[in-house]
Design a protein around this ligand. Structure first.
Ligand SMILES: [Zn+2]
Length: 368
C-alpha cells in the first residue's frame, strides 16, 4: 500500500495504517453507473477501496453529461458501466475494477464478487432496491440505499438482522416520477454520493454504529436535514427468514462474538469501575431494548445470553434498591450470561450488582 498517497486519511486516529488496510481489503459493488454511481465510485476509489464492481445496463446519453461527470460527448452511445470503469481505471490504478453491462437482479447476483462487503444502490428504481434487499439478506451483505429527486436526497443503511428495506418500504413500487421526468439539481448527486462513500468507509472501520437504523433526508433548497430512527418490523417476512437461518439472532451473535470469542477484547471493554458494564453502541442498545422481550430467541432457555429490560422491579422487588435476592433465581440460573438494560443504566447496574452477589454472570449495558 502506498502510505504517502493515503497519508491524510491515515492521519485520522481511527483510520491509521490498519484502517487503511481494511479499506484496501474491502469489496464494494455499486448498482448503477449514473450520477450517484459516479460520485460514490470516485470517492471510494480515491479513498483506497481495493475492489469495486459496477452494474449498469444503460448507455450514455447527452442528457446524462451534466451529472455523470466523467462522461463526455465522445461517450454518448457507449455502455455506462464499461465506460465509467475505464475512466476510473485510468485515475486509480491501485484499485481493482470489474463491470457488468447488466441490470442487477436476484438472478444475476451470482456475479457479485465473493466476499462482497458492501452494496450501494445508485439506481433510481424500486425494483432494483427490492432485489438488492433480497440479495443482501440472502448473502448477509450490508447495503446503502441512495435517492435523489428535484432538490431532495436521502440515504439509509441496512444491515441484515437489524432491519431491511421491506421493513420500511414494502409497498414501494416504481412510478413515473423519477429524475428523467422530474429533474434533479446536478450538485445534489455529488453530495449524496459523497455521503454514501463516507458511510461505507465508516461502516468498514466500525464507526457507523450511531447511524445504523436511521433514515437521512435532505432538502437542499432550504438546506433542511432530518434524521429518522426506525427499527426492524418484527412481522417482516424477509428479516424473519434471514434470522431463522442463523443459529441465534444476529444481535445475540454480535454481542457473543464481541465479548466471548475474543477474551482480550472483552476485557478491554470492561471499562466501568466495577467491571460490570458492557458498552453497546446506541443502535445495538436500542435494538436490544426493543427486541429483548419480542424475540423468541431471547426467550429460548437454550440461549446463552438473556437480556432483561422489562420492569426490572418485577424480577427483584418493588423497592429493588433494598432487596438483595432476585426472584425466580432458578429460571435465571439457566443462562450463561445476563445483560440488564435500562435507559439510564442506574436500575440495570443495581440489578446487576444484586445478581452478581448471588453468583450470576451478570452485566449491564451502557451506551458507548
Ligand atoms: Zn425487514
Amino acid at each position: 500500500m502506498n502510505i504517502n498517497k493515503y497519508s491524510r486519511q491515515i492521519s485520522i486516529p481511527f483510520v491509521g495504517i490498519l484502517g487503511q488496510e481494511k479499506i484496501k481489503d474491502t469489496k464494494v459493488t455499486i448498482i448503477g453507473a449514473g450520477a450517484l454511481g459516479h460520485s460514490t465510485s470516485i470517492y471510494l476509489a480515491a479513498s483506497g477501496i481495493g475492489h469495486i464492481s459496477i452494474f449498469d445496463h444503460d448507455i450514455v446519453e447527452e442528457s446524462n453529461l451534466s451529472r455523470q461527470i466523467l462522461f463526455s460527448d465522445q461517450d454518448i452511445g457507449k455502455p455506462k458501466a464499461k465506460c465509467l470503469t475505464e475512466y476510473l481505471k485510468k485515475l486509480y490504478s491501485d484499485v481493482e475494477f470489474h463491470f457488468f453491462d447488466k441490470e442487477f437482479s436476484v438472478n444475476n447476483s451470482y456475479l457479485l464478487p465473493s466476499n462482497c462487503n458492501f452494496i450501494i444502490n445508485a439506481s433510481d428504481n424500486y425494483t432494483t432496491r427490492h432485489a438488492i434487499n433480497l440479495v443482501s439478506l440472502q448473502k448477509n451483505i450490508p447495503w446503502i440505499d441512495l435517492g435523489i429527486l428535484k432538490t431532495q436526497g436521502h440515504f439509509c443503511l441496512f444491515n441484515p438482522g437489524l432491519g431491511c428495506y421491506e421493513c420500511l418500504f414494502s409497498d414501494a413500487t416504481d412510478t413515473i416520477e423519477n429524475c428523467s421526468l422530474s429533474g434533479v439539481l446536478s450538485p445534489i448527486c455529488g453530495i449524496i454520493g459523497s455521503f454514501a462513500a463516507n458511510e461505507v468507509i465508516k461502516f468498514i472501520l466500525g464507526k457507523h454504529t450511531k447511524d445504523i437504523n436511521h433514515f437521512f433526508s435532505f432538502e437542499f433548497l432550504e438546506n433542511n436535514f432530518k434524521k429518522f430512527y426506525w427499527k426492524r418490523n418484527s412481522d417482516c417476512q424477509y428479516c424473519n427468514a434471514f434470522l431463522k437461518l442463523r443459529p441465534t439472532s444476529i444481535l445475540e451473535k454480535k454481542i457473543y462474538d464481541d465479548f466471548f470469542i475474543d477474551e482480550q477484547k472483552f476485557k478491554e471493554k470492561q471499562q466501568d469501575e466495577n467491571n460490570l458494564a458492557v458498552f453497546l453502541d446506541e443502535p445495538t442498545l436500542h435494538s436490544s431494548l426493543d427486541s429483548a422481550f419480542e424475540e423468541s430467541d431471547f426467550q429460548n432457555k437454550k440461549t446463552k445470553i438473556q437480556f432483561i429490560n422489562e420492569n426490572i422491579h418485577s424480577i427483584l422487588n418493588k423497592n429493588f434498591f433494598l432487596i438483595d435476592k432476585p426472584k425466580n433465581e432458578e429460571y435465571y440460573s439457566k443462562f450463561k450470561l445476563i445483560i440488564f438494560l435500562c435507559r439510564s443504566g442506574i436500575k440495570s447496574k443495581t440489578a446487576c450488582e444484586i445478581f452478581r452477589k448471588q453468583g450470576f454472570n451478570a452485566y449491564y449495558a451502557l451506551n458507548r
